[in-house]
Design a protein around this ligand. Sequence first.
Ligand SMILES: Nc1ncnc2c1ncn2[C@@H]1O[C@H](COP(=O)(O)OP(=O)(O)OP(=O)(O)O)[C@@H](O)[C@H]1O
Ligand SMILES: [Mg+2]
Length: 247
Amino acid sequence: MSEAGHRVVDAPSLLTAENLVVTYGAIEALHGVSLTVRKGEVVTLIGANGAGKTTTLKTIVGLLRPKYGRVIFDGVDVTGRPTHEIVGRGVALAPEGRGIFPDMTVLENLELGAYRQPDRIQFRRDLEQVCTLFPRVKERLKQRAGTLSGGEQQMVAIGRALMSRPSLLLLDEPSLGLAPLVTQTIFDALSELNRAGLTILLVEQNAHLALARSHRGYVLETGRLVMSGDANALAQDARVREAYLGQ
Ligand SMILES: Nc1ncnc2c1ncn2[C@@H]1O[C@H](COP(=O)(O)OP(=O)(O)OP(=O)(O)O)[C@@H](O)[C@H]1O
Ligand SMILES: [Mg+2]
């Protein structure tokens, strides 16, 4: 992340979304969204409620099929491919609202993220990594996921995404509804993952925090990208400050 100070400006593109147009019935939610995430980057997508942030992430991972446009991941056109194939290629989504199964244990939730992993030894190794990243998750593996706090559930959602061994992690509002201290823990974990080589595309309402931890950012307004650039520059931009940073 920008704090780490490493240079990713010249890195090759890992994800390219080209001119995505996405509709829900008669409603056009994305009017031609194009964005790039380079290998090793943390990129934040900010925007108001209903701007199309979740729609963008869902389209990238194949949960929605664009009417026009393409999604290129790691040099391969994955537009319209089934989600399991896109996940298999190395994209994982920690969805908005976390998508935890409350009646299943934490371990069972994590196993769902690894359903394509036939190798038990690799599975144990991946599980160990998630537990090292989030010690709170380790302590609660046998507990029903629904009994966890919001922050712990978010850790499980991220952990589950990591269990599919992604090279690109998509996160939809990981800090939503969480106390500042827990949010900090989550963002510290994301920084650590990025330093270890994971590329991250983040959707956040908490623009200030997200931009502080990102290399670059995009601003989405009612289905259109209206601004993009270096994260520090965006955080300083008067329009961004007024619209998204409350200052
Ligand atoms: N299942 C759906 N059916 C119809 N319209 C939808 C559906 N999901 C989203 N929309 C509409 O598409 C637009 C973009 O929604 P989206 O959920 O992508 O926005 P968002 O930026 O993620 O918002 P939020 O900050 O509230 O999560 C909105 O106008 C929304 O009402
Ligand atoms: Mg959303």
